[in-house]
Design a protein around this ligand. Structure first.
Ligand SMILES: N[C@@H](CCC(=O)N[C@@H](CS)C(=O)NCC(=O)O)C(=O)O
Length: 209
């Protein structure tokens, strides 16, 4: 299978980490989805990466849907806690982390505009979402554990670890390390081979806004 990806994308990175943790071989295809000539619209009507393209041509898009596909088709090792409360906790963390990433992408795009066209209230609205989501994630992770939820690596770790490293790239001014439990979790997660092999990197976006 192939994964259509972009180097800064936290959504593609979630999938790359899950593929790595599950030991599933795949071909990584990297592009800049915002730029002219991007192939994503051929595979995803929404024009977004990540897209997982199976050998028979079937496509899965939207990182959460792709992670569900991987979990259903390749259940071992599991990324979805078997305990229902822990599964719901991990999925909540994913909702919060993905939502924070969405707001950071909007901030990044707004900052691409010239100052005359930039909306200060819009930026403030998105920044407030990121800050509130990070506070809530810090409140909800299992502070006494090595993992975000329960006693095993899961979807919650993938989502939170990915958000925190995306902020290092795109939103370094947010002092998320003031939450000692997030700092400690990040240090542990970022040591994993699946995180070390997928550190986000900038791309040059041309002419979107
Ligand atoms: N909710 C989606 C978000 C995916 C997304 O926003 N991808 C961005 C790159 S980080 C993209 O491809 N944007 C191109 C566009 O919106 O035209 C997911 O989780 O997969």
């Amino acid at each position: 299978m192939k994964l259509l990806s972009a180097t800064p994308s936290p959504y593609a990175r979630k999938v790359r980490i899950a593929l790595h943790e599950k030991g599933i071989p795949f071909e990584l295809v990297t592009e800049v989805p915002w730029n002219a000539g991007a192939t994503a619209p051929r595979y995803n009507p929404l024009g977004k990466i990540p897209v997982l393209i199976l050998d028979d041509g079937e496509c899965f898009y939207e990182s959460r849907f792709i992670l569900e596909y991987l979990e259903l088709r390749f259940p071992q090792p599991t990324m979805f806690p078997r305990n229902v409360d822990q599964l719901l906790a991990a999925k909540r963390l994913e909702v919060l982390a993905d939502g924070a990433c969405d707001a950071i992408v909007l901030v990044f795009m707004e900052r691409q505009r010239s100052e005359a066209h930039r909306s200060t209230p819009w930026l403030a609205r998105q920044q407030a979402k990121v800050e509130a989501a990070v506070d809530e994630i810090a409140r909800r992770i299992d502070a006494g554990s090595d993992y975000a939820v329960g006693d095993a690596f899961s979807l919650g770790d993938i989502a939170v670890g990915t958000l925190l490293q995306f902020m290092e790239l795109r939103y370094p001014e947010l002092p998320w390390r003031r939450h000692a439990q997030l700092d400690a979790l990040a240090q542990r997660l970022w040591e994993r081979p699946s995180f070390r092999d997928t550190v986000p990197a900038s791309q040059t976006v041309v002419g979107v806004v």
